[in-house]
Design a protein around this ligand. Structure first.
Ligand code: ZN
Length: 420
């Protein structure tokens, strides 16, 4: 039994809310007690090593401030060389260059993540937003720009296998019984959520002026002296529920059109303003499948920083919802399909070996991303996955849906209570 969900259990979340001044940072840096995690477009810098017993293991590639500064200068040179070359071929374009030093020195991109054993942990956004005045649109530069940045980051760490890796891939590569790696994942999730919120909160919603980072990135504030609106990190709560027919021992699982083929999951939906969690469970179930819900039992909750890009962090709140009506009427705008499933079929879906395969395949992809090998071997791995597929499967152990479903399968109706 896992002790908590993926992305929960962050060991460095701190009570400390005080402002982290430049002097504090310098002091921590000179004492070797400042660890900085660079993230590029929400992807944390990680290292991956091959294990003697087989397989790979990844860890967050914490840096000191000096290494980050050197890497940023390296990035700046690499990107400017690329831009100069491109502009030499395109006559009549204005000269463009970038300067990252401003961003890092202002600390606007540095966010305090927490403390542990006398060490201060921060996340640093090295993504290329605000580009220098007069520069071309970021989108136009996109792919090569990012490649230039990623490459430049390899330079100071050429002896280590480091790379910026997608958080969802890291999540899928993590064995849910591997506590040390789960802790790394929770820190990465928190870092990404915070930096993403900063990126999306650069302007005041009340007066439109720019905002500045305050309290070491714990909040932002409008720069307009009259307005001074305070902005706090945002959460988007979602209810997720396993709808149960107590009498017949069945559960409702649904499919969204964006799901992988054969994947089924619990129903879920956003909580609306002015609504309680229970009301959201009843409304969403009624809207999506036309079923009325009576008793509702809380199971557990999970932070989810890998949801839609417009949301820096969702909070999934999981319930068992006992149906009082049983005819399914699917809202086709929300779901492709929804059905009652019996315990045996759901049990079979859960016992799928696909989870282990998926985790190992993802783990290899993580390692390859760090080693710069991209996806050379992935086609053969996916071909192996394609053998003996069961008729359905449910999301892997990294998702709360998996645990709602497996709790029901494992425990029967009498002991349906919080398991994590
Ligand atoms: Zn304002």
């Amino acid at each position: 039994m896992i002790s908590h969900h993926a992305f929960a259990g962050n060991p460095i979340i701190s009570e400390k809310r005080a402002n982290l001044s430049s002097a504090d940072l310098n002091e921590a840096e000179s004492a070797g007690a400042l660890h900085v995690l660079p993230l590029l477009e929400g992807k944390p810098l990680i290292s991956s090593v091959l294990l003697p017993e087989g397989g790979q293991k990844w860890r967050l590639a914490w840096q000191n401030f000096g290494a980050c500064h050197n890497a940023l200068i390296g990035s700046q040179q690499a990107v400017n060389a690329f831009l100069a070359e491109q502009q030499a071929q395109e006559e009549g374009e204005n000269h463009v260059s970038v300067d990252f030093s401003h961003g890092i020195l202002s600390h606007d991109r540095l966010v305090h993540l927490g403390e542990k054993d006398g060490v201060t942990f921060c996340a640093l956004d090295v993504s290329p937003y605000p580009i220098a005045p007069g520069s071309a649109d970021k989108i136009a530069l996109d792919t090569k720009w990012m490649q230039g940045l990623s490459k430049a980051w390899e330079l100071p760490f050429s002896d280590a296998r480091v790379g910026f890796v997608d958080l969802r891939l890291l999540m899928m590569s993590t064995d849910c019984l591997d506590k040390p790696t789960l802790e790394e994942l929770s820190i990465a999730g928190c870092a990404r959520a915070m930096l993403d919120w900063h990126t999306q909160s650069r302007f005041c919603g009340r007066c439109g002026n720019s905002t500045v980072s305050k309290e070491a990135g714990r909040r932002r504030q409008c720069s307009n002296e009259i307005c001074k609106k305070k902005l706090y990190p945002r959460l988007d709560p979602v209810v997720i529920m396993l709808v149960i027919d107590k009498e017949k021992d069945l559960v409702v699982l649904g499919r969204q059109s964006r799901f992988a083929p054969r994947m089924w999951s619990c129903l879920a939906g956003f909580i609306e303003p002015g609504e309680s969690l229970e009301e959201a469970v009843r409304r969403e179930t009624r809207e999506e499948v036309g079923i009325e819900v009576g008793e509702i039992v809380y199971h557990s909750s999970q932070p989810w920083p890998v949801g839609p890009s417009s949301m820096s962090c969702q909070l999934m709140v999981g319930f068992f919802a006992f149906a009082t009506t049983f005819d399914i009427r699917v809202d086709k705008k929300e779901l492709e399909e929804a059905k009652w499933h019996n315990r045996e079929d759901v049990k079979r879906a859960l016992s799928s070996i696909e989870y282990k395969n998926q985790q190992q395949t993802s783990s290899l992809k993580v390692h390859q991303a760090c080693a710069g090998e991209e996806r050379r071997r992935s086609s053969s791995i996916e071909a192996r996955d394609a053998v003996e597929l069961p008729p359905m499967f449910v999301p892997g152990p990294y998702a709360i849906a998996h645990h709602l479903i497996s709790s029901w399968v494992a425990n029967g109706l009498e002991t349906l209570r919080s398991r994590v």
